[in-house]
Design a protein around this ligand. Structure first.
Ligand SMILES: Cc1ncc(COP(=O)(O)O)c(C=O)c1O
Length: 447
């Protein structure tokens, strides 16, 4: 049996058993997927006490990724991120101080939520070469090393986001070396990189030296939304594997979606099949598409093989306007902002998709534009720990009246949920202008 969770659900759906259990639809189709939607009945195993079909499926996926352990998440990488930080917190030796995690600023909101819930402090890394986008950090191993040297407190873990939303990939082997020399674990938000393992050159974070990473299977693999994996390396510190399920259960629903688990299960079977070949073809077609766009006068940026990021403002059209034109041509991009448009590709994109995109881009005449305007987040003035500020009494004020106040609830760009002002930080005039640039007109500050 190669997809045990799916096989169990299918056999059960076909068995004609009277379902005196959740879910309420009893397997009768309304939407269409109900027959395979289950709860933790006998034989169906338990996600957080897995010993049967779920354990078997997770072990199979762990073997595919070369991980010591893989945990399924039916609540995205958001759940995995909280779990990874809880694991690192649970296993650190010196608990006399609040945990301190080093991270470049382009973290996903789930990281901040974990800091609020677990009372974690952050040592923000500001790379020597400033990023031109909120979504990217451009962090190097030297930046991480310099932050270790500068930081007066002991760091408990390093956390980086790679690939980032724009498709830039960090030098994980070099960063892992720095972490190793300081004896701290490296945690990677690899939400966008589940496919990296299967490229001609395996560039998955676990292969390259990360201790833990999360992969949003639903972002780049054929999985239902919400399907994600938390991988723990064979070289991870003692205790990581053992406490991992318990740590995940702290934040997760006790009703994990069996549909999502089945899609992770079937996905593993797919990955073990012809996926590598299909992915190589997609990477080659994506590269050809980038070359064609660049020949038309556009500039594509980023390292990822399956992401096309067009720096369109440089060619006289904002990413948001480009997105509108693409939509008129029946193309929906992943993300746009004033500077950029991002498109993601997988083997499930057809040749027709690529041709449609190339034709739409050929119809727009690139012109003289402006350089990327955004100049990175300025160094934060931290006035209070994140958790303390997040749970303090707050009031909402127009951003123009927020100067000098302390940020209450972290403010993120609407998509892709990267923080502009973090709970406990002072709202400065620079932060106010970035908030306005992202269309944010009011924020909550401490009373
Ligand atoms: C970089 C990054 N990390 C984490 C997440 C959260 O992933 P999920 O939607 O699987 O919870 C996202 C979502 O967009 C993301 O872009």
């Amino acid at each position: 049996m190669s997809a045990p969770i799916y096989e169990f659900a299918k056999n059960y759906a076909e068995s004609g058993v009277s379902r005196f259990h959740m879910p309420g639809h009893k397997g009768k189709p309304l939407h269409g997927l109900e027959p395979l939607d289950l709860t933790e009945i006998r034989g169906a195993d338990y996600l957080f006490g897995a010993e049967g079909i779920i354990a078997e499926s997770e072990a199979r996926t762990a073997a595919l990724y070369g991980a010591a352990k893989t945990l399924y998440s039916t609540e995205g990488s958001s759940l995995c991120i909280k779990t990874m930080l809880a694991i690192a917190d649970h296993c650190r030796a010196d608990k006399s101080k609040r945990m301190l995690v080093m991270a470049p600023r382009n973290v996903h909101k789930a990281f901040i939520n974990a800091c609020i819930l677990l009372d974690i402090d952050v040592e923000w890394v500001y790379p020597a070469e400033k990023s031109r986008s909120l979504c990217s950090s451009g962090v190097t191993a030297h930046d991480i090393w310099a932050s270790f040297r500068r930081c007066p407190r002991e760091i408990d873990a390093v956390y980086i986001t790679s690939p980032d939303y724009l498709g830039f990939i960090a030098d994980i082997p070099a960063i892992a070396e720095v972490c190793k020399s300081y004896g701290v674990p490296l945690i990677v938000d690899n939400a966008h990189g589940a496919y990296l393992k299967f490229l001609d050159t395996d560039t998955h974070p676990i292969t390259l030296g990360a201790d833990m990473c999360c992969d949003s299977a639903h972002k780049t693999l054929p999985c239902y939304t919400g399907g994600a994996m938390l991988h723990i390396s064979q070289n991870a510190p003692a205790g990581f594997v053992e406490c991992s399920k318990l740590m995940m259960s702290l934040f997760a629903s006790t009703s994990p979606s069996y549909l999502i688990m089945q899609s992770l299960d079937l996905c593993a079977e797919y990955l073990a099949g012809d996926y590598r070949k299909a992915l190589a073809e997609t990477a080659a077609r994506t590269e050809l598409c980038k070359q064609r766009l660049n020949a038309m006068g556009w500039r594509t940026i980023g390292d990822e093989k399956c992401k096309i990021t067009v720096a369109s403002a440089e060619r006289g059209i904002s990413g948001d306007s480009l997105g509108d034109i693409l939509r008129k041509n029946k193309i929906e991009p992943e993300y746009t902002d004033p500077d950029l448009a991002v498109l993601m590709t997988t083997p499930f994109n057809t040749e027709e998709d690529f041709i449609r995109l190339e034709a739409a881009m050929a119809d727009i005449r690139p012109a003289e534009g402006t350089d990327l305007q955004f100049d990175g987040i300025p160094e934060a003035i931290v006035r209070m720990p994140i958790r303390e500020a997040a749970f303090s009494l707050q009031q909402e004020v127009p951003v123009d009246e927020a100067k000098g106040r302390i940020c209450g609830m972290t403010v993120t760009s609407c998509q892709p949920s990267v923080p502009i002002a973090v709970s406990g930080e002072e709202i400065t005039p620079d932060i106010i202008s970035i908030l306005k640039r992202y269309g944010i007109s009011a924020i909550s500050v401490l009373r």
